[in-house]
Design a protein around this ligand. Sequence first.
Ligand code: AMP
Length: 533
Amino acid sequence: MMALGAMQDWTMRITHVVDHAAREAGDREIVTRWADGSETRTNWAGIRRDAKKMAQALLALGLKKGDRVASLAMNHSRHLVSWYGVAGMGGVLHTVNPRLFDDQLDYIVNHAEDKVLIYDAAFQSIVDRMRSRWTTVEHYICFDSGEHSPAFEDWIGAQDGNFEWVGGDERDPCMICYTSGTTGHPKGVQYEHRSTMLHAMAGLQTTAFNFTPSSVMLPVVPMFHAASWGLPYSGGMAGIKFVFSAVNDPAVLHELMMREGVTDSAGVPTVWLAHFQYCDAQGIDLPPLKAATIGGSAAPKFMIERLMKNGTRVQHAWGMTETSPIGTVGGPTADWDSLTFDEKVAKTMKQGRPIYGVELRIVSLDDATKEMPRDGETSGALQIRGPWVLKRYFKAEQDATTPDGWFDTGDVGVIHPDGTLQLTDRTKDVIKSGGEWISSVELENAAVGHPAVAEAACIGMPHPKWDERPVLFVVKKEGTDCTGAEITEYLADKVAKWWLPDAVEFVDDIPHTATGKISKKDLRDRFADYTLG
Ligand code: AMP
């Protein structure tokens, strides 16, 4: 027999996290502001107690190990209970994004073969609409009480909580999230207990979320998207106080942040945009947060600057559903104290450095076997590997990785000598002009700096001589005006001359995906007949 070491068996199951939180930080509060305006308070001990009851209730419904339970819900304490309760009965929680289109909702619930679906009353209309199409769902439970039945609290309330977690292998699945690509059906990414545990532990690094015992986190990133960046697990490990809001109204978030002593928050850039607008309209200061993690899409310069001037550490994070999701975080680097404010802002605009546990590399866009240098200049297709990176999509027949285990992210970027990742595009969107690559994202980021530009999207249009040339689509800010020539002139000192768009087109709106990102595919479809004149 192969010799093993002499340490204890300790299966990495995520129920350990809630056990730890309840034992070591049992009275740290979990506050929820519900959609109807009411508020409840529980704590880590309460979350564990309810998760045990929920696990019992699921088994009482006849669920078996490995069965999928869907949640269609915003951020709140009962959703948190489900994260641990489903895993605690050996099940797999499928967090469904309520913003998906009906055909996607149909596909993912049937594909995951969800047996139970637990939903917020706010999404009753989705349930009513989709019920006949969701053929595998046997039980519907509502997170809210009131006229909806059965209500979550009553359902778990029938159990006594006297229950041993269902055990198993640490490589068992515990959660599944679907990622809706731009083409084809959404794909399921199934996280394991072990991968989730390692990812959450990595999230505790000082270069990642950097929680302390006094951290109070209000995560705006939804629990239905990319495992809420692993925060419900990292937060449990650190025993922090959570403040959840089931609505994303900036007035509500602001009031909660001020009243509950929130120190940390996390969300996509638009969350901060809305918050800035709210504070400006009210003539009030931003909340005094210690740290704001921003990811999902690039955080613009003015946002980083404003938060940093407010004394908030900005942690610009990159990741994707397939990477659990954290890949890189932009915490302070070794040279941080010697940098000027502007240099710190410039560094924070990049996507940060890999947290311990994952490796990054870039390969040539023309030849994926050729690794590119980490010189801060050469761009390439970004690949990642590590224990919380996808190997194979749910029910897929083949691995999604290269033979040497790298997952191709579909992102394009450069890696700087100090390991900092700077994303420049998506492989599908980067524009090939005369054999050279133009970053559509850099053009967009530069264009939104123009005072009259509300939103900009750049796509490559076919060109007889150059293969493709950039065309910039712009939505003007209300009450402003400008010409295409003015925008090109504005860009002239910000990007290389040969990058300047061949045309600037003004549009009323730019299409977005269900997760709020610019949908270049829809934009291309909309302008399929476009010709460069
Ligand atoms: P999703 O799986 O829906 O979370 O989307 C992941 C994708 O979002 C990545 O592949 C990137 O293209 C994009 N993304 C995530 N974080 C960032 C970031 N900090 N800056 C720019 N793009 C990002």
